[in-house]
Ligand binder design. Structure first.
Ligand code: PEP
Length: 252
């Protein structure tokens, strides 16, 4: 009975062999289809995306964790949106804090990648979020607003509708330290306000905004109960099929 269809997106990071990934998809496919109730996605490594896409069912869709913004070029080791498109994936995570921190992702490249994803009919899952220092300094709303505004530069209303935002406080990722439902709701409500300023209430009310940061089977219900939280981007708790399915069921 949510206004927006919930999304549970797994981020496997650099985990799982091809066999383990396939086993996970088989396990999820055994369940009753739920796609009309919840959009479930796992974002896996590029090397076996095509194998997973071939086996994706009604229960689960596949995404990538990153891509370059250029269609081709002298970018050794990178994957282009064109290449991702040929795998059949429907989603791509953009601007994950691990990529911002370790792989030179900036607000500018996030914007370029968002444009490239939309052009290639990939749904970008655009990640924003503050560090612990920023949260403690009390400037979270300003910092996250700035990330959102820069990510959506020159993206029009129709394009914005095709995006998903993930609010992931850096201090909560992989730390076991979850934002409280109230903290997550407050910041996500602020993000929706930024989208309203950029695109108007109609668009802002349709864009899905997820929370990410140590979401697990125990805390998922209280997070999803919040009015503005439309789902979760999940790292650790998305690796095990049973745990992942519990999260998907919680979002129904
Ligand atoms: C993530 O990788 O986006 C994430 C939220 O990780 P975790 O759930 O493990 O904190």
């Amino acid at each position: 009975n949510k206004l927006r269809r919930p999304v549970i997106a797994g981020n496997w990071k650099m985990y799982k062999t091809r066999d383990e990934a396939l086993q996970f998809i088989y396990a999820v496919n055994q369940e009753v289809p739920s796609r009309d109730l919840v959009e479930s996605v796992v974002c896996a490594n590029d090397v076996f995306l095509r194998d997973l896409v071939k086996r994706q069912g009604e229960n689960i869709k596949i995404g990538a964790q990153n891509m370059h913004y250029a269609e081709n070029g002298a970018f050794t080791g990178e994957t282009s949106p064109l290449m991702l498109e040929t795998t059949g994936v429907e989603y791509v995570i953009i601007g994950h804090s691990e990529r911002r921190a370790m792989f030179n992702e900036t607000d500018e490249t996030v914007n370029l990648k968002a444009h490239a994803a939309i052009k290639h009919e990939l749904t970008p899952i655009i990640c924003v979020g503050e560090s612990l220092e920023i949260r403690e300094a009390g400037t979270t709303d300003q910092v996250v607003k700035n990330q959102v505004v820069k990510a959506y530069l020159n993206i029009d209303r129709n394009q914005a509708l095709k995006t998903i935002i993930a609010y992931e406080p850096i201090w909560a990722i992989g730390t076991g330290k979850t934002a409280t439902p109230e903290q997550a709701e407050e910041t996500i409500k602020n993000i929706r306000g930024v989208m309203k300023d950029l695109y108007g209430a109609d668009i802002a009310n349709q864009v899905r905004i997820l929370y990410g940061g140590s979401v697990n089977t125990k805390n998922v219900d209280s997070l999803l109960a919040q009015e503005n939280i439309d789902g979760a981007l999940v790292g650790g708790a998305s690796l095990d099929a049973a745990s992942y399915l519990t999260l998907v069921n919680a979002a129904k």
